[in-house]
Design a protein around this ligand. Structure first.
Ligand SMILES: Nc1ncnc2c1ncn2[C@@H]1O[C@H](COP(=O)(O)OP(=O)(O)O)[C@@H](O)[C@H]1O
Ligand SMILES: [Mg+2]
Length: 269
């Protein structure tokens, strides 16, 4: 523990001038996450390769890049679904491993590509968040009603069986479930990939509203570049486990001159 504390002291502040590769955090914003030299290996292959990154609090970050670039692998590290083989990850200026996992996952929610539905009603599906996070769930009904409202689901859906919802509604239930524990961060892995474009757009509008009104940090993997462009404040482009571009979404989409990157970013308008 002492060693860890010393190590932490030695790397602060995070915007130290020596870490020039790190995405700079705009003045006045706290980093939700800081990654230093983060590496992940799967089946003997390096899939996340020395990532240096600061993710500012309260913004929407789009993580884009070709299939197999390591987007999901990177996202999974941020609430310890996996741990990296190398490097350091800080959540709110503390080593991510210093938080008890349940506490971390209360604060950092994960929405999977394919919505995860538990047996039972929508209410059951939301209630499970409290059980999983080890919370007593005293005011559960009130919290369920609030989460439904935040995710823009009708209160009447509460008693509907989870398997009788549309794809878009299921994904909203997954978002509502993540919101049950009043998180600081939502990690979303291609949350709209199974949805029709209109439903996807509405879900992204909800995400923007949540980010603004709940001061949520959102890290969102998307293969829809137009969605990244419209929804996010910042964009990170990953290729073969490395960051090949990062910055404000306007800058990343607007000013990249690298022809290969340009072709990728222009591949969908
Ligand atoms: N559980 C796993 N076992 C072995 N290889 C994996 C596993 N998960 C992902 N990979 C490989 O790691 C690389 C990155 O995958 P992933 O992070 O899922 O990429 P992306 O989300 O950008 O499509 C790919 O080459 C993929 O095949
Ligand atoms: Mg993926």
């Amino acid at each position: 523990m002492k060693e860890v504390t010393e190590k932490m002291a030695s790397v602060q502040p995070h915007n130290d001038a020596s870490t020039t590769d790190t995405l700079p955090v705009p003045t006045g914003l706290t980093a939700a996450f800081t990654l230093k030299g983060v590496r992940q290996v799967k089946a003997g292959i390096t899939v996340v390769d020395g990532i240096e990154l600061a993710i500012p609090h309260g913004e929407i970050i789009a993580l884009v890049g070709p299939s197999g670039a390591g987007k999901t692998s990177l996202l999974r590290l941020l609430n310890r679904l996996d741990d990296p083989v190398g490097g350091e990850i800080f959540y709110r200026a503390r080593y991510i491993t210093q938080y008890p996992v349940q506490e971390l996952r209360r604060k950092v929610g994960f929405v999977f590509q394919t919505p995860v539905m538990f047996p039972g009603t929508v209410r059951d599906n939301l209630h499970v968040a409290l059980a999983l996070s080890g919370e007593p769930g005293q005011d559960a009904d009130k919290r369920i009603a609030e989460a439904l409202e935040l995710a823009e689901l009708e209160p009447a859906l509460c008693d509907r069986a989870g398997d009788r919802l549309s794809g878009g509604q299921k994904q909203r239930v997954n978002i509502a479930r993540a919101l049950m524990t009043a998180p600081d961060v939502l990690l979303m892995d291609e949350p709209t990939s199974a949805l029709d474009p209109e439903t996807a757009d509405r879900l992204m509008e909800t995400t923007r509203r949540l980010s603004r009104e709940q001061h949520l940090t959102v890290v969102m993997v998307t293969h829809r570049l137009s969605e990244a462009r419209r929804t996010s404040d910042r964009t990170i482009v990953l290729e073969r486990g490395r960051i090949v571009a990062s910055g404000s979404t306007t800058d990343v989409f607007g000013s990249t001159t690298n022809p290969r990157m340009r072709a990728f970013l222009d591949s969908e308008k």
